[in-house]
Design a protein around this ligand. Structure first.
Ligand SMILES: N[C@@H](CCC(=O)N[C@@H](CS)C(=O)NCC(=O)O)C(=O)O
Length: 201
C-alpha cells in the first residue's frame, strides 16, 4: 500500500490526497508536522533531500516527492490526464503555472499567516507576494471566463493542482470577491465526485 507523508493544511499534500481518493487508491497517511521542522530531520531528508512534504512511498520503488510528480504518477492512464498530446501539454501548462505563480505567492502567504507572522514583520515581502498572487488570479479569471474547466472542458489534474491553493486564497488574505469566474470554477470543482475538503482527507 502507498504511504503518504503529509501535513493536512498543505495544498500540495491536498492535491495528492484528492487524486488518491478520486482513483480509490488505498494509502496510509503519515502526518509530518512541518511547523516544528519534522520535514527537516536527518531521517526525513533521506526520503526527500529537499526537506518538504508531500512525499509518496511507492512500494518496491522508493520515495517520490513533489506534488505534481506524484499526481502525474498516480493518475497515469486515468481520466484525470488527457490522452491527446496537446491537451496533456495544456494540463502541464497550468500545472507549471501553479508551481511558479500560485503556490509560491498565494500558498506562501497563507503559510506565513498560519505561522502567526504579522504584516509589519513581513513588510515588502508580503506586498510583493500579494501583488504576484493577484496577478496570477487575474490570469485565471480571464481564462475561466468562458470555460468550465482548465483543459478541454473536462476535470483534470490541472483543475486539482490549481484549485488546491486558489480555493483557500482568503486564508492568505486574498479577496476572491472580484473574481466571479474563479469562484464559480472553485464551486464546480467541489461538486466533482469524490471531492472532499482540504483537511478532511
Ligand atoms: N514543489 C513542492 C513544494 C513542497 C512544499 O513547499 N512543501 C511545504 C508544505 S506545502 C513544506 O513541506 N514545507 C516545510 C519546510 O519547508 O520545511 C510540491 O509541489 O510538492
Amino acid at each position: 500500500m502507498y504511504r503518504l507523508y503529509d501535513y493536512l493544511p498543505s495544498g500540495n499534500g491536498y492535491k495528492v490526497r484528492l487524486v488518491l481518493r478520486n482513483l480509490d487508491l488505498p494509502y496510509e497517511l503519515i502526518e509530518v508536522d512541518i511547523k516544528t521542522g519534522a520535514s527537516r530531520t536527518p531521517e526525513f531528508l533521506k526520503k526527500n533531500p529537499n526537506g518538504r512534504i508531500p512525499v509518496l512511498d511507492v512500494p518496491g520503488r522508493g520515495f517520490l516527492p513533489e506534488s505534481h510528480a506524484i499526481i502525474a504518477y498516480l493518475a497515469e492512464g486515468s481520466a484525470l490526464i488527457p490522452t491527446d498530446a496537446f491537451e496533456r501539454a495544456r494540463m502541464w501548462q497550468w500545472m507549471c503555472f501553479e508551481q511558479y505563480h500560485i503556490e509560491p505567492n498565494i500558498g506562501t502567504v497563507r503559510f506565513w499567516l498560519s505561522l502567526g507572522k504579522t504584516r509589519a514583520e513581513l513588510g515588502e515581502r508580503l506586498i510583493d507576494k500579494k501583488k504576484s498572487g493577484y496577478a496570477a488570479l487575474d490570469v485565471l479569471e480571464e481564462e475561466l471566463r468562458d470555460r468550465q474547466f482548465l483543459v478541454a472542458e473536462r476535470y483534470s489534474l490541472a483543475d486539482i493542482a490549481v484549485f488546491a491553493y486558489t480555493h483557500v486564497a482568503h486564508e492568505g488574505g486574498f479577496d476572491l470577491e472580484p473574481y466571479p469566474h474563479v469562484r464559480a470554477w472553485c464551486d464546480r470543482v467541489t461538486t466533482q465526485p469524490k471531492w472532499a475538503p482540504i483537511t478532511q482527507l
